[in-house]
Design a protein around this ligand. Sequence first.
Ligand SMILES: Cc1cc2nc3c(=O)[nH]c(=O)nc-3n(C[C@H](O)[C@H](O)[C@H](O)COP(=O)(O)O)c2cc1C
Length: 448
Amino acid sequence: MTKQLHIGAAYHGVGGPGQYTLWADPELEPDSGLRVEKYVEWAHIAEDAKLDFFFIADSTYITPDSPPHYLARLEPLTLLSAVAMVTTHIGLVGTVSSSYNSPFNVARRFASLDLISHGRAGWNVVTTQDEGTAGNYGRRQHYDYTERYGRAHEIVGVVQDLWDSYEDDAFPYDRETGQFVDVSKLHEVDHHGQYFDVEGALNITRSRQGQPVIFQAGNSEEGRDLGAETAEAIFTFAPSLEAAKAFYSDIKTRAVAAGRRADDILILPGINPIIGDTVEEARERERAIDAAKPFDRQVAAFSRSFGWHDFTRYDYDAPFPDLGDLGELSGRTRSRTIKDYAASSGLTLRQTVIHFTASPPSPFVGTAETVADTLEKWLVEGGLDGIILLQNLPSDFHRFADEVIPLLQDRGLFRREYESSTLRGNLGLDVPENRHAQAAQARVHALG
Ligand SMILES: Cc1cc2nc3c(=O)[nH]c(=O)nc-3n(C[C@H](O)[C@H](O)[C@H](O)COP(=O)(O)O)c2cc1C
């Protein structure tokens, strides 16, 4: 069978990072980030198109410079529970920070969503780049990269352990014998690690997909290792096929080195297709969208990797300022790239902001046919296993669903009907066996 694409759709309310003016677009309601009905509409477009999952990104720290959607948005798991009630097949993936949550709470909330949705939950594990988040949670300083990713590794393991607290047949519910639970199938976690101590069991059973799917998005060395060792699907950005292939093979190589199979992880770059009747029309729209971004808002977007540092205090036309360690605790991968590039190219602050905030022409802008061609090429040449759609306007999303999806279906690259009612089933991922049941079976085999 031809390799299949897996496609998710992110919903960003009135715009993702760097989008400051979208909220006023007549196609959107300015309060879209706070209205569950808008999230549901998006999920329905995605489910009608048979997409694998609906994704909600998240962050909690805001400043007056945050983009409008960040200033007013719903908490992911609460809203995904509502979406679960009015959908039947689409996966429901939400971001929850590994830095500012305890393993027990994460395990409990995702296990609940997994049961509410009958096996459609996924956890996007992020370590939180906004250093100001520390203050929201009573800390003076954000964790450094080593601790952030150390905590992330540990929390994923503990959460998965908690999800296996009950073996799948732990509840006989036997009215005759009066047995509600078989306590021999209940297993307490006894974890004492570097960052977390957890003693006890989770009071929720596994869903029909066994455990929620682990998603991850990180680009640093530490982030890539976390993804390769723990994730089942990875979000990334891929500006070109070469960059996509390099990331793809890097992650799969790391996964194999960590004792996993290359196919255990799906690589899903985030893309924002713009479809036109002609390639030129689509390119013109792409240029117009970029040109309409006000420079002062671009400066604000740029400052995020530096902890929302105030760049307006500098002369924009002087050489890029010496920022010392600024950015090391925030978006370190990007802030280092920016500092190095500005220094080696001798750029001014203005040139640097423009260079790093302008969107280069995307390979996914064109007609429905050329976008389908590019997706097919990237899939076949080992640049991706699927994509996460980062579109903003319903008309763009409809156009992708109505024009690109049928082409992919005709080429045998995308499903016409859901294969399964679980997220794992549709992503083609194995259902993990309960670790205690597996160990018990191994003991029986060992006894001969
Ligand atoms: C498609 C996609 C979705 C992401 N969603 C989130 C998110 O919801 N919350 C978040 O804090 N970071 C999100 N990120 C950013 C990453 O978690 C991470 O901070 C970034 O890639 C930098 O990685 P690094 O810290 O390992 O360098 C996302 C990245 C991508 C590509």
